[in-house]
Design a protein around this ligand. Sequence first.
Ligand SMILES: [Zn+2]
Length: 422
Amino acid sequence: MSEALLRTIEERTDELVALASDLIRFPTVNPPGEAYAPCAEFIGARLASRGFQVEFIRAEGAPGDSDRYPRVNVVARYDGRTRGQTVHFNSHIDVVEAGAGWTVDPFGGEVMDGKVFGRGACDMKGGLAASIIAAEAFIDVNPDFPGAIEVSGTVDEESGGFGGVAYLARRGYFSKPRVDHVIIPEPLNKDRICLGHRGVWWAEIETRGEIAHGSMPFLGDCAVRHMGAVMEAFERELFPALDRKRTRMPVVPEGARRSTLNINAIHGGQTDDYDGLPSPNVPDSCRMVIDRRFLLEETLSEVKSEVIAILDRLRHTRPRFDYQVRDIMEVQPLMTERHAPVVEAVAGGIRAVLGQEPDYVISPGTYDQKHIARIGHLHDCIAYGPGILDLAHRPDEWVGIDDMVDSAKVMGLALDGLLRRR
Ligand SMILES: [Zn+2]
């Protein structure tokens, strides 16, 4: 273990806190994608001053990109003295809206009681700050290191990552030979290594009917009643079947260690976004958005055919029943091997810094690792960072200073393990 490295990170505690506060002061709220450019420029300027080569990549044409809200990403790279492998720390700079219920300024970056407060403190500007301090300290302590270190600040993770990591991955930023190992400092708690996430199938189901006067519904065909039949079949068959499917993936919280389906939205008939009374109509369309999360043990086509089978059966048994299914989003489940180099390096750091075995977990929802795996074809990737996941997106979000320092040490030791000892 590198004592000098750990000491250097410890000595930079105030700098780490100040950096986290500075990052929180950029109100990078998504949507719409506020303050992306100044935040990216701030990160770029800091890393350029430490000798990194800095690139700004605007995701032109990505969803939400405009001159008012440009999707600006920053990628900084520091090449060591000799050739070797590259470790990349990727953080998203966007945060969700502050919402109500705050007792501190959500964009003030206030420091109190050993914590830094603000929207994005834990998700994930605290992790970004920790990775920057870890990288800088590692370079200062090991000026002759082989390989390279990259730090990126990317946009739009909260809205799917299409203008951020997906955009960069399509341009080779997350593929070999440029990058070998990726750590995403999402707030998974400093003693946990997140190996991946469950899969996603988001879809819209539409039932069709026929419009008629509401006083004579027998002349039409009510799409909402057809959707009621779908819901009833889901309740009777689908939900119990999903509940029985267990996974070997160590998903946290434990309730998510099975297949789940959320009915995200349902809408039939006239919209209610007007003043006044509705007119009497039989609805001819009803739409339901489903969010199905699936497991490594399942395939996407099985997942879809479970739902289609129910709908097809209704088509045969229920008069005039007709439907359409439209895919909205598909993400494959991911689980990086426990013996992958980045996992072992971070695990070694956790043992050394915290004196305990890491917990290996899987996230119930997805994050940018999906793009790195699917588009970049890079599989040596995990999420590891400070902060308590349950605080993300909530009022009075905070990150612990000790947690940031400890995780920066773990990241520093992971660099040591991946670059110097391999
Ligand atoms: Zn996040």
